[in-house]
Design a protein around this ligand. Structure first.
Ligand code: F6R
Length: 611
């Protein structure tokens, strides 16, 4: 949430910052702003997208080789010009950009106000820059020391970059709970919320750890912690190509990412599933095999789409590996005083690896002795680093705010984990294991086949894009798919949608059904097929409109549904990997037909780093 960029070097800072902000816009897009330091501090900020900021800048000559920029997802204070970052100190000499929440801002603000500070915005971030100013004045210290002392006083999460008018060649960054990466080029430095603004210029980066500051000054980088102990930064090479973060000819990132799924699912299996040898290699599990095999419980934690993948994980682990499994919303788990012991294994599912609630949930479980296993996409992310072991998705950057390819990669990893543990525990026969491995290996091709029928989904969308409500129903492994289909639709098209277990419809939602209610059934040929057919009949009897996702060759449902979409046959446990694809496409096309911005839906941000 919120994207931050800083540049200090030999280039013009403004174009680097604007380009970087566009790459980070998936993190928030309520307002944007820049501060450039060249003799004076020039600040331009504007409500709206980075494009609005560009128009505001217009032809102004903002020449500087040092600057910072911010794209905001509002927490404290509505999105407007005043609350946009950067924020400045009372004397106008200091500027800050901030991602996160300063929880004790209110008490600090009162104290600062009593010392004469006047605030121009409603944000918690502005309080921080006034606090730094006050500490600097009272202690008569350097700016970096004032930042360090101020950060010792604040409670909450932050990634910040601070500029000082009196320090023309210096930029100070710090993090706690919100990500920050520093790019090291030739005589130039970059700071950003993720690596996407940096990759074009250098692939040498270092990730700041929590409670660390980076002081970039006079052509050098010093990293220290908040106790003032100097740290040696770990410089690593980015494994990211520029084309990974561009649209590659697709009109939207979301569509590109949907179409990347044959590859991203294959990449999740690469080096792990060797179907020729009928074998899985999961080194993260091997490291802690006994903990897994002797676990009392597996607890999957995540939020949103990642929670849905976790729910499929629960079905898989119990069905295949016979290990008692729970799936928890990270935000509930962390606050409900859960029972967790050292005999539990907690699996954190997160695309970004930065979701604040998921991170807090695993910290809690860790403190109670549980083993933490991370299933994350972003390499080096906070959750990945806080885990004892894990398996990366290797899905490549997911930039569309609605998660698509990360979901199928998460499910692929969880499927491999369940199969591996099932084999080790002897709860799945070798022949069933081998059959499922071969079937899993064929999933990327089957996904590719579904994608060739995108036009069919577009046609279905034309019949429903004006609907105000949708119901998604599925049973067994298809129930989480129904939840995911409904979430995809509501988040990008703003149509109200609910996912339900199909049999639960009778216990309430059936009251909603009339001729205006489209109902999406995931009705593939599995063990509950006949029962789902009865549910379809119940909807048709009440004049509901049925869109059914069915198995190739199904004629029975075709005769009763208004629209059907066929997907290739596969094992029940693997159906979610196929059934979700048409639902992603359905939400995409409906949103486009409604004129919505699918890559940047209103009110949402890709990486939820505040609770
Ligand atoms: C929905 C979506 C969100 C995320 C959720 C968790 O399309 O993207 O529901 O799944 O915010 O994010 P991660 O996976 O980064 O922890």
């Amino acid at each position: 949430m919120c994207g931050i960029v800083g540049y200090l070097g030999k280039r013009q800072a403004l174009p680097v910052i604007i380009k970087g902000l566009k790459r980070l816009e998936y993190r928030g897009y309520d307002s944007a702003g820049v501060a450039l330091l060249n003799g004076g501090l020039e600040i331009v900020k504007k409500k709206g997208k980075v494009a609005d900021l560009e128009s505001e800048i217009g032809n102004r000559k903002l020449e500087a080789s040092l600057g910072i920029g911010h794209t905001r997802w509002a927490t404290h204070g509505e999105p407007n010009d005043r609350n946009a970052h950067p924020h400045t100190s009372s004397d106008g000499k200091l500027a800050i950009i901030h991602n996160g929440i300063i929880e004790n801002y209110s008490s600090i603000k009162k104290e600062l106000e009593s010392n004469g500070h006047v605030f121009k915005s409603d944000t918690d971030s502005e309080v921080l820059i006034h606090l730094i100013e006050e500490i600097k004045k009272q202690n008569n210290c350097t700016i970096e020391e004032a930042v360090r002392l101020a950060l010792n006083e604040v409670v909450g999460a932050y990634a910040i970059v601070v500029l000082s008018k009196d320090n023309e060649r210096s930029m100070i960054a710090a993090r706690k709970g919100s990500p920050l990466v520093i790019g090291i080029g030739e005589d130039e430095y970059f700071v950003a919320s993720d690596a996407t603004p940096i990759i074009e210029y250098t692939n040498n980066v270092t990730y700041l750890n929590d409670q660390e500051m980076a002081i970039i000054k006079d052509g050098s980088l010093v990293v220290k912690n908040l106790e003032n102990v100097t740290k040696t930064p770990f410089i690593q090479k980015l494994e990211l190509d520029l084309e990974d973060i561009e649209k590659g000819g697709y009109p939207h990132f979301m569509l590109k990412e949907i179409f990347e799924q044959p590859k991203s699912i294959r990449d999740a299996m690469r080096g792990r599933l060797v179907s020729r040898e009928h074998h899985l290699f999961l080194s993260g599990i091997d490291q802690y095999l006994n903990r897994f095999l002797n676990a009392d419980r597996l607890i999957l934690v995540g939020c949103g789409t990642s929670w849905h993948a976790g729910l499929i994980g629960e079905y898989l682990f119990e069905d295949i590996a016979r290990i008692p499994t729970e799936v928890e919303y990270a935000s509930e788990f962390r606050y409900r005083n859960p029972i967790v012991t050292e005999r539990d294994v907690v699996i954190a599912v997160s695309q970004s690896g930065e979701t604040a609630d998921t991170l807090a949930a695993i910290e809690l479980a860790k403190s109670k002795g549980a083993l933490i296993f991370g299933v994350c996409n972003v390499v080096g992310s906070s959750i990945a680093r806080a885990s004892h072991a894990g398996a990366y998705l290797h899905a490549g950057p997911e930039i569309g705010v609605a998660s698509t390819k990360a979901f199928t990669s998460q499910v692929t990893i969880l499927t491999m984990m369940a199969l591996y543990l099932g084999l080790k525990k002897g709860t799945i026969s070798l022949s069933d294991y081998q059959t499922l491995l071969l079937e899993l290996d064929s999933i990327p091709d089957k996904v590719a086949k579904i994608l060739t029928k995108d036009e069919e989904i577009r046609n279905i969308s034309e019949n429903f894009y004006r609907a105000s409500n949708f119901l998604y129903l599925g049973r067994g492994f298809n129930f989480p798919v129904a939840l995911e289909g409904a979430l995809k639709l509501k988040e990008i098209s703003y149509i109200h949608a609910e996912g339900y277990p199909a049999a639960e419809m009778k216990h309430g939602p059936i009251a909603l059904i009339d001729e205006d209610m489209p109902v999406v059934f995931i009705a593939t040929k599995d063990s509950s097929y006949e029962k789902v057919i009865s549910n379809i009949q119940e909807v048709k009897a009440r004049k509901g409109k049925v869109i059914a996702i069915v198995t190739d060759g199904d004629t029975e449902i075709q005769s009763m549904a208004d629209f059907t979409f066929q997907i290739p046959k596969t094992a029940d446990a693997l159906v979610p990997l196929l059934a979700v694809i048409p639902l992603q496409l359905l939400s995409y096309h409906i949103a486009i037909l409604r004129g919505c911005n699918v890559d940047q839906p209103r009110n949402l941000a890709k990486s939820v780093t505040v609770e």
